[in-house]
Design a protein around this ligand. Structure first.
Ligand code: G3P
Ligand code: CA
Length: 246
């Protein structure tokens, strides 16, 4: 059954990548959550998508230009009403919320623009500290970083993110030695993609799947999970399709 993973939490109902967004996703009943991790100037792991704080907070400048104490002074409301006082969380603050819930956890290392030296080691240490390796997926668009995670003996599944239309990506992913491919949904054009990836031993988790028809298609094609901004709707669509699948 296709799992429903909340992309940056439940970001249509609460500010993305914040504690309220993850709490909301869990209330809705997601099977998993996805979020992005970067490092501050003083090496703290924080959960934020963009490499700058400009879009989602009341601050300006690159994440890596702030110490954690400085980032803490920013409001991360992403322009949404009713969330005053919400800030950029640390990785630990997010894991404190999502780890006890038992859901799948996709930690995306946001290290394609800023290399964030040592991020892989730091993330692996956190995963070990929380004892969640078996339900964590570590993903990144930076395939050197995937290799680094392998070299470090990452015990969790690795997910290969990509943005350009790769030819037979399941072959490349299998050669990389990862366990999953995370393609933009527009590249998953039919059941054949999913079949071929599965035959290569890979899970398929497209992003970001928000429309009803697209959700129904992806679920019908048997993708392993969808990343979605609208997990409430995605769960409804999956429920509606359940008799058809049985
Ligand atoms: O991990 C899936 C998706 O989050 C990748 O794209 O830009 O939303 O981090 P982005
Ligand atoms: Ca992401």
């Amino acid at each position: 059954m296709t799992q429903i993973w909340g992309h940056r939490g439940a970001r249509r109902e609460a500010p993305e990548n914040t504690v309220p967004a993850f709490r909301r996703a869990l209330e809705i009943g997601v099977d998993g959550v996805e979020f992005d991790v970067q490092l501050t100037a003083d090496g703290a792991m924080v959960v934020i998508h963009d490499e700058t704080v400009d879009r989602t907070t009341d601050g300006h400048g690159p994440v890596v230009g702030f110490t954690l104490a400085q980032l803490r002074r920013l409001e991360a409301t992403d322009g949404m009403d009713g969330f005053a006082g919400v800030g950029i969380p640390t990785l630990a603050e997010v894991l404190d919320v999502v780890a006890p819930a038992g859901v799948a956890i996709n930690i995306e290392l946001k290290n394609s623009v800023e290399a964030y030296h040592g991020l892989e080691e730091r993330v692996l240490a956190a995963v070990e500290a929380y004892g969640i390796a078996d339900r964590v997926v570590l993903s990144t668009f930076n395939h050197y970083s995937l290799k680094r995670l392998q070299e470090l003996g990452a015990p969790s599944e690795l997910g290969m993110l990509y943005t350009d239309p790769l030819y037979k990506p399941w072959r490349y992913a299998a050669r990389l030695g990862v366990g999953a491919i995370h393609p933009p949904a527009r590249f998953v054009m039919g059941r054949g993609y999913v079949r071929r990836a599965h035959a290569a031993g890979l899970a398929v988790r497209p992003w970001v799947v928000n429309g009803e028809r697209k959700l129904a298609r992806m679920i019908g094609w048997g993708v392993d999970a969808v990343f979605t901004d609208v997990p409430r709707l995605a769960l409804e669509v999956r429920e509606r399709l359940a008799p058809a699948r049985a």
